[in-house]
Design a protein around this ligand. Structure first.
Ligand code: PQ2
Ligand code: SAM
Length: 228
């Protein structure tokens, strides 16, 4: 299930109802910090007796490391379900948008495609950012383009030139290339940077202001860009 951007009151009623019902909570954590923001977001809704099971996702692009981790996570999930327990896998935002859930689902299907899976949608990070900044995402004939900010500058520029509205997720380490591509496509002015939306560390600022600072933005950052 998606738990939304990070505030415990931005889960859907369906997600909250499911959390009250399940025996096991499956939470993705990076071995780097063993922290699950999705779990902390859902925590106020958990039954005190629910069992917590961490699943490690290494947050890397190394194919062999990823495959091994997904197989381990899918194996644990299969064993929980085959044991007769209900489980909820938590993911930030929506489970079908750049989510660990996608990899878990595909790998679980390969292990056993008879296991029942229900997907509960969540409010995405960019919907939450649009709401917090009162930004219209798209209207009338406009397109809305969802762009992974880890692409190279040329690719980012080409896509931005085609888009009416754009949201650039994963706007952190590659932020300088993102800023250049916004500038080259004539949309730097007006670009909004939204970090940790609906989380305690929330920051909303013009892209130009963030670009003028030293340092790398946090992983939980995205850019909203609407063509003028
Ligand atoms: C490679 C890299 C780039 C990339 O994003 O592509 C990457 N994550 C990176 C960094 C990173 N990720 C997170 C933090 C801590 C942030 C914090 O704590 O504030 C940090 C920062 C850090 O570690 O420094 C947490 C996190 N990540 C995802 C979620 C949401 C979810 O679970 O859905 C959550 C919240 C979980 C929670 O806490 O609830 C999801 C994804 N992250 C993935 C990959 C894919 C999974 C691959 C796999 O199966 O392992 C997937 C599914 C995206 C996809 O595939 O599109 C990049 C490498 C580092 C680098 O080199 O820069
Ligand atoms: C792996 S993707 C997860 C997307 C998520 N499933 C969704 O539906 O929004 C991680 C990226 O989502 C964005 N993100 C997730 N939560 C966020 C938040 N609360 N504030 C700002 N950006 C966030 C950031 O761009 C981050 O790099």
């Amino acid at each position: 299930m998606g738990v939304g951007p990070g505030a415990p009151d931005l889960l859907t009623l369906r997600a909250v109802e499911a959390l009250r019902r399940v025996d096991v909570i499956l939470a993705a954590a990076s071995p780097r910090n063993d922290y699950s923001r999705a779990l902390e977001t859902a925590r106020p809704h958990l039954r005190p007796d629910v069992r917590l099971q961490r699943l490690e996702f290494p947050m890397t692009h190394d194919r062999a490391t990823l495959r091994a981790a997904w197989e381990k996570a899918a194996g644990i999930t299969r064993d929980v379900l085959r044991g007769g327990e209900n489980a909820a896998f938590l993911t930030i935002g929506d489970p079908l948008v750049y989510s660990t859930f996608g990899y878990l689902l595909k790998t679980l299907r390969q292990l056993d495609d008879s296991l029942p899976v229900e997907i509960i949608p969540g409010i995405t990070s960019f919907q939450a950012a649009a709401a917090r900044t009162r930004t219209i995402l798209c209207e009338s004939h406009e397109t809305l383009c969802i762009i992974p900010g880890i692409r190279d500058e040329e690719s980012l520029t080409r896509t931005l030139e085609q888009a009416d509205s754009a949201v650039i997720l994963k706007a952190y380490r590659n932020f300088p290339a993102i800023v250049s591509s916004l500038r080259r496509s004539g949309r730097l002015e007006g670009g909004l940077m939204a970090s940790h939306v609906e989380q305690p560390e929330e920051r909303l600022a013009p892209v130009t202001a963030v670009a003028a600072e030293e340092g790398t933005p946090p992983y939980m950052s995205l850019v909203l860009s609407r063509k003028k």
